[in-house]
Design a protein around this ligand. Structure first.
Ligand code: SAM
Length: 227
């Protein structure tokens, strides 16, 4: 049996990694990374020297075949992404699915849990979170408006990821559909130097971010409180 470990890594602060994740990266034969330069910073921080192979959203089927072959040969592989938990709005699920299908009786697929931006942001929001709807990145065009309507009617807290380029646009779209008192939490640059979690109505948040363009930078999680 070989092992494919799905290893969660920090979403910013390099200290946010479990002992088990470090041990797993140290013991794996090869580390599959999204961007080898990003993962190198983490490996250097913990003095881990290992061969790496890049595996990302544009990887060709041939690359996946090579990875499957390594597992067939009995190699233990660790899959990481640039940040957080692989396969959560990240490359990984397609690979895991193929390994499950093709090598189900000869490879153990083992999650090594750790940080994820969705859970970190939700935990600091104070919003109901015993159940929630996670939408990942919203589509840019087709289906986008329908999702805002779904968020408007959601009895669950809704979480999505947003890029700095689309952040204000998304807030405006939320402002145009949500009831004016509905609360939103923004988790920005979590675990990093300029980390902040800000809660308010769309009007309050739009006013704040429009007058503080220096805060429309970095990485964002947007959370809309349950109805
Ligand atoms: N796999 C990752 C996870 O488990 O959270 C998510 C990767 S996804 C490609 C990257 C998006 O996650 C960013 O655009 C942002 O929306 C969110 N994100 C990642 N790190 C973050 C951070 N430190 N603070 C806020 N949002 C973050």
């Amino acid at each position: 049996m070989s092992n494919l470990y799905i290893v969660a890594t920090p979403i910013g602060n390099l200290e946010d990694i479990t002992f088990r994740a470090i041990e797993t990266l140290k013991s794996a034969d090869i580390i599959l990374c999204e961007d080898t330069r990003v993962t190198k910073k983490l490996l250097d921080r913990y003095s881990i020297v290992k061969p790496t192979i890049s595996y990302h959203s544009q990887s060709k089927l041939k690359k996946i075949d090579e990875i499957i072959e390594l597992l067939r040969e009995g190699k233990n592989l660790a899959l990481v992404s640039d940040a957080g938990t692989p396969a959560i709005s990240d490359p990984g699920s397609f690979l895991v699915s193929r390994v499950r299908r093709e090598l189900f009786d000869s490879v153990r697929i083992i999650p090594i849990p750790g940080p994820s931006a969705v859970v970190s942001a939700l935990s600091a929001s104070g919003f109901p979170a015993s159940d929630f709807l996670f939408l990942g990145f919203l589509p840019h065009k087709k289906g986008r408006q329908a999702l805002f309507e779904e968020i408007k009617n959601s009895k669950r807290t809704v979480v999505f990821y947003e890029s700095p380029h689309r952040f204000l646009k998304s807030l405006e779209s939320l402002g145009s559909v949500l009831e004016s008192k509905r609360l939103i939490a923004i988790g920005r640059e979590l675990t990093k130097i300029y980390e902040e979690t800000r809660v308010g109505t769309t009007e309050e948040l739009l006013s704040f971010y429009s007058s503080n363009p220096d805060k429309v930078r970095g990485e964002f999680v947007v959370i809309v409180r349950a109805l």
